[in-house]
Design a binder for this molecule. Structure first.
Ligand SMILES: [Fe+2]
Ligand SMILES: [Fe+2]
Length: 243
C-alpha cells in the first residue's frame, strides 16, 4: 500500500482525517484553518518547504497514529449538534479558562522585562488583549445566537433557515480570518517565540502558553471553517443543484 497522503489533498481535508497534521503544518508555518482549501503541495511550495519532506513527516506520523490503534472522530458525518457541543466544550471552554491567567502573565512580563524587551512584549501584550476581546465576543455570538440557529436548522430544516445560517456563517468566517491574523502576528513579533537569554520562568511559561493557545485556536477555527461551515455550505449547494 502506498503512502496515505500524496500532496494533492486540501490542507483542511488532511486535518479532518488526521488532526495531528495540524501540528506539523503549524511548525512549518502552513495555515490549514483559514487557508484550508489550499492543496498541500501548493502550500509547501509557497512556503519554500520541500514537498517530499513534509509528505514524509506527515505519512510517518499518520502510520504511527494508526499503529497505536488511534482513530480520529469523524466529524464529517457526526450530527451537527454533537460537533457544536464538542467545539464549545473543548475549544471555547479552553479559551475561557486560559484567557484570564494569560492576561495577567502578558502584563506581568511586560512590567518585569519591559526595560530590556519592551518592544516585543508591549506588542505581545496588545495583540493578546485584542485577541481575547475579539474571541470572547465571537464565542458569545456563536454560543448565544448562531450555533442555536444551526441546531434548530438541523432539527427542522427549511430553506429559509439554511439561508439565514449561511449568511451568519460568512460573518463568522471573516472574524476567524481576523483572529488567525492576530495569532500569526504574535508568532511574528516574537520571532517564533524566541526566548532572550535573561528570560525568567514566567517569561518562558507565558510563551509556552501562547503557543498552546495558537495550536488550540487553529484546531478550533479548522473545525468550524473546514467541517461545520463546509457542511452547511455543502447542504446549501446541494439544495441549489436540486432546485
Ligand atoms: Fe468557536
Ligand atoms: Fe468561530
Amino acid at each position: 500500500m502506498g503512502p496515505t497522503f500524496k500532496g494533492t489533498e486540501a490542507l483542511g481535508d488532511i486535518v479532518v482525517k488526521f488532526p495531528n497534521a495540524g501540528d506539523i503544518f503549524k511548525l512549518n508555518g502552513i495555515d490549514f484553518c483559514c487557508g484550508g482549501d489550499q492543496l498541500l503541495a501548493e502550500a509547501a511550495t509557497e512556503h519554500n518547504i520541500d514537498v517530499a519532506y513534509i509528505l514524509d513527516e506527515l505519512n510517518r506520523s499518520y502510520d504511527e497514529f494508526q499503529k497505536l490503534g488511534l482513530k480520529a472522530v469523524d466529524w464529517t458525518s457526526a450530527p451537527l449538534h454533537q460537533l457544536i457541543d464538542h467545539i464549545v466544550n473543548t475549544h471555547h471552554a479552553y479559551l475561557r479558562q486560559v484567557f484570564p491567567p494569560l492576561t495577567e502573565l502578558t502584563t506581568k512580563i511586560l512590567r518585569v522585562h519591559g526595560k530590556n524587551h519592551g518592544d516585543v512584549l508591549s506588542k505581545v501584550h496588545r495583540l493578546f488583549s485584542t485577541l481575547r476581546i475579539d474571541m470572547e465576543e465571537h464565542m458569545i455570538k456563536e454560543e448565544e445566537i448562531i450555533f442555536p440557529q444551526v441546531v434548530d436548522y438541523e432539527k427542522n430544516p427549511s430553506d429559509d433557515k439554511l439561508q439565514k445560517v449561511i449568511h451568519a456563517v460568512e460573518e463568522l468566517d471573516r472574524e476567524h480570518d481576523g483572529a488567525g491574523d492576530i495569532v500569526k502576528q504574535i508568532r511574528k513579533v516574537t520571532d517564533n517565540f524566541k526566548l532572550p537569554e535573561d528570560a525568567c520562568s514566567t517569561y518562558i511559561y507565558t510563551f509556552e502558553k501562547l503557543q498552546e493557545v495558537e495550536s488550540d485556536i487553529f484546531q478550533h477555527i479548522h473545525l468550524e471553517n473546514n467541517v461545520l461551515f463546509a457542511r452547511l455550505t455543502g447542504a446549501h449547494k446541494a439544495h441549489m443543484i436540486a432546485n
